[in-house]
Design a protein around this ligand. Structure first.
Ligand SMILES: C[S@@+](CC[C@H](N)C(=O)[O-])C[C@H]1O[C@@H](n2cnc3c(N)ncnc32)[C@H](O)[C@@H]1O
Length: 246
């Protein structure tokens, strides 16, 4: 089983207490404006987690499908949908394998919604490319897409050669390895996790390879999304694209 599934299944009940989840309403305002979402359009939320964007978009009249690997996160998402009195289609699936049976008007993949969250047994490059391929395949021609991904520039600036020697940061793949703790009814557990970070230019390249025309790259710090130049030390980078018209 994916260590990310294990981690998020256990983390799910506490996820919405994280600082970076506190500004969802403003993030959804930004998404609607930036992607020019037409009223009532269909949206794919890849790696939807607890559904914080899906539920708010549904509350505003959009028809949303949220895909996630973690049953724990999806259970929280359904609770949130019920509390808001909205319906969202939840699909438990691995984003690297998910092939949508229908085409969407727009897609989002936010705060590392599967993208960059790699299992030890996976090829990090192939992992992300598969996710982009599946999102692209699920979009109507010209449909907008917004992604936030981990910013590799920050790690290059912050990690030292010593970190490389310790195996914390791989300079060839820009993958960071860390150990994260999570609470379970049996006590605190620890899991080793791998996160693939991206340079803005290569992010644009793999999107283009997946049939997505890149429109903008902005700074992507969760909670304060706007049309702003990427700061080198930001945790995340934002990419705005649209499915090729051909
Ligand atoms: C940091 S959360 C982001 C959730 C949400 N997009 C947000 O902005 O709050 C990452 C999510 O990606 C999901 N995830 C990780 N690997 C995945 C995969 N291979 N396929 C689908 N979901 C995955 C996790 O279960 C988790 O819910």
């Amino acid at each position: 089983m994916s260590e990310w599934k294990t981690f998020f299944d256990n983390f799910a009940p506490n996820y919405m207490q994280e600082v970076f989840t506190q500004n969802t309403l403003a993030e959804v305002d930004f998404l609607i404006e930036e992607l020019q979402l037409a009223p009532g359009c269909t949206i794919l939320d890849m790696g939807c987690g607890t559904g914080r964007h899906s539920v708010e978009l549904a509350r505003r009249g959009y028809r949303v499908t949220g895909v996630d690997l973690s049953s724990g996160m999806l259970a929280e998402a359904e609770k949130a949908a019920q509390a808001a009195g909205v319906q969202v289609e939840w699909v438990q699936a691995d984003a690297t394998q998910y092939r949508s049976p229908k085409l969407f008007d727009a897609a989002i993949c936010l705060c590392e919604g599967a993208f960059g969250l790699v299992s030890v047994s996976e090829d990090a490059e192939a992992h992300d490319r598969l996710i982009l391929r599946n999102i692209s395949a699920a979009l109507k021609p010209g449909a907008p897409f917004l992604l936030t991904a981990l910013n590799g520039l920050r790690l290059i600036r912050q990690f030292t050669q010593d970190d490389v020697e310790k195996g914390i940061f791989d300079p060839l793949t820009l993958v960071e390895t860390s150990s994260m703790d999570y609470d379970t009814p049996q006590g605190t557990q620890s899991v080793t996790l791998h996160e693939k970070t991206r340079l803005p230019g290569e992010l644009a390249g793999i999107c283009r390879d997946a049939g997505l025309e890149v429109l903008h790259i902005w700074g992507g710090t969760a909670g304060s999304w706007q049309r702003q130049t990427l700061n080198l030390d930001e945790i995340e980078v934002m990419l705005v694209a649209r499915k090729e018209l051909k």
